[in-house]
Design a protein around this ligand. Structure first.
Ligand code: NAD
Length: 480
């Protein structure tokens, strides 16, 4: 009996999506691996049919069955639904890790040609500012919540090291802005420093994200794997794809707890859609990552090698610099298929293994603390009073309260007690109230009483408790 074929959900997507996806499918078929495709709808056509998420139920059902997706770019047309189909997919299947490898490719001229770049960004994909939790706190001041969890940090760091081991890579950098955002970005740095010693065969280094960007422009060859938070990773990975030839060559894998989605980094390129001009390399290389993920390592190597041989032979699509007679998408695909089984002269196959993914932790992942104490609260107030007047009124109001006013900040800068510096003010103040008795515990009933007093005098819109976990303050101090 012939073994059942591995099923894969395929989303052709929008714009150039169907062209480059078709190209990748033809290449996969030519490797003779035992896979079967379930083509499903998603994106613009689904929105037009009135499906507000852009992802029909049949598509979700297929992904739940196959757990592996090869996808083309999806558009979110303006005026249909209000959610990006990509975000829906990412959220539904919690694809927490985004792996974006780039490398120097033969015949793809860049400013770094000859420096043998081979860099992988492993980006946290569901938390951070990109969770999109935003508020207008006043008519003129917007807020976005940067939520970073210990669980999310642990997962992405384990993924980065598992990936490094699978590909025999030497070094993992963790890039953060922990010098400024000590609690959020710092959580990734600390978790990295805690877990890195478990992987003694891989060198580990922390680097500040701004220096990382500078170093990527100056000496990119020092980097191997870089693990980072969502927004930093988004920016860095576009930068690294630019270093090696641009969007047409950048593949990616979105790794989830039990569903993984493989796609090119580029979008639907409406300017060249339907013209048989698109460069299918990024999607073909994404398909190779997918083949490795499903245990078809030989086919994955064959596909990568066939792409390299094709580029070495001088066949190029029109997006590449200095091309006189560009190949069409179809011609490029045919060349890749014809080159299956051949090895690149400059970059022979590497001994990459399947990534051993960290097991999913289901249920609520709680981080315990032996002791907790609420020591005060920050209340955000909308006011057009100057800070000293605002403070005087608050101090007067607090006379019967166990709380005292410790400071007022405006967009992070201390404006009370005054340090004499001139600060341009907006009508949005953070007022920090702390217990007069430093050893006491602030009860909810006292917080509610304070809010009652405040609400009678000012517009307040946000409250944050000041907590201590195991005796350590769990909030940032003010910037001076
Ligand atoms: P884009 O990546 O589609 O195009 C940017 C430029 O790069 C265009 O000039 C395009 O012609 C060129 N380009 C991109 N891929 C190419 C390829 N394979 N071959 C040759 N040239 C290529 O970015 P955009 O114009 O900002 O976005 C267009 C649409 O795609 C938007 O609706 C956006 O929301 C969507 N998008 C989707 C995804 C995704 O599904 N993952 C990602 C990015 C953008």
């Amino acid at each position: 009996m012939t073994p059942a074929k591995r099923k894969i959900t395929v989303l052709p997507g929008d714009g150039i999506g169907p062209e480059v996806v078709e190209s990748a499918l033809k290449v996969i078929e030519a490797t003779n691996v035992a896979v079967e495709f379930e083509k499903c709808e998603a994106g613009a056509r689904a929105f037009e049919k009135g499906i507000a998420t852009g992802i029909p139920k049949e598509t979700i059902d297929s992904i739940e069955r196959t757990r592996v997706v090869l996808k083309g770019p999806l558009e979110t047309p303006i005026g249909h639904g209000n959610r990006s189909a990509n975000v829906t997919l990412r959220t539904l299947f919690e694809t927490y890790g985004n792996i974006r490898p780039v490398r120097e490719l033969p015949g793809v001229q860049t400013a770094f040609t000859g420096r043998k770049l081979d860099i992988v960004i492993v980006r946290e994909n569901v938390e951070d500012l990109y969770a999109g939790i935003e508020y207008m706190q006043t008519p003129g001041v917007a807020e976005g919540l940067k939520l970073i969890s210990r669980e999310g940090c642990e997962k992405i760091i384990k993924l980065a090291f598992a990936f490094a081991l699978a590909e025999g890579r030497k070094r993992v950098h963790c890039a953060t802005k922990a010098n400024i955002m000590k609690l959020t970005e710092g959580l990734l740095q600390h978790t990295f420093e805690e877990f890195a010693p478990r992987y003694p065969s891989v060198e580990s280094k922390h680097i500040l994200i701004d220096n990382c960007a500078h170093q990527l422009a100056m000496r990119p060859e020092q980097f191997d794997v870089i693990v980072t938070t969502n927004m930093n990773g988004d920016i860095l990975s576009d930068l690294t794809s630019g270093l090696t030839g641009g969007l047409g060559f950048a593949p990616s894998a979105n790794i989830g707890n039990d569903v993984s989605i493989f796609e090119a980094v580029h979008g639907s390129a409406p300017d060249i859609a339907g013209k048989n001009k698109a460069n299918p390399t990024a999607l073909i290389l994404s398909a190779a990552m997918m083949l490795r993920h499903v245990g078809e390592g030989k086919a994955a190597n064959d596909v990568e090698q066939a792409v390299l041989v094709t580029l070495e032979s001088g066949i190029r699509t029109s997006d590449m610099i200095g091309v006189e007679k560009p190949a069409t998408t179809t011609e490029f695909t045919q060349a890749v298929i014809a080159n299956l089984g051949q090895h690149s002269k400059v970059s022979p196959p590497k001994d990459y293994r399947q990534i051993e993914l960290p097991p999913a932790q289901l249920g609520v992942n709680a981080v315990p603390a032996e002791s907790r104490r609420v020591t005060g609260l920050d209340v955000y107030i909308e006011s057009d009073l100057n800070p000293s007047k605002l403070a005087a009124g608050l101090e007067q109001m607090l006379k019967p309260s166990p709380l005292k006013l410790q400071m007022i900040t405006n967009r992070g800068a201390m404006v009370f007690p005054s340090n004499g510096r001139r600060v341009s003010l907006v009508d949005h103040f953070r007022c920090r109230f702390v217990l007069r008795d430093e050893a006491a515990v602030l009860a909810d009933v006292e917080i509610l009483a304070l809010l009652g007093l405040l609400g009678a005098r000012h517009r307040w819109m946000h409250v944050e408790k000041l907590q201590e976990f195991d005796g350590v303050p769990a909030f940032s101090k003010s910037q001076l």
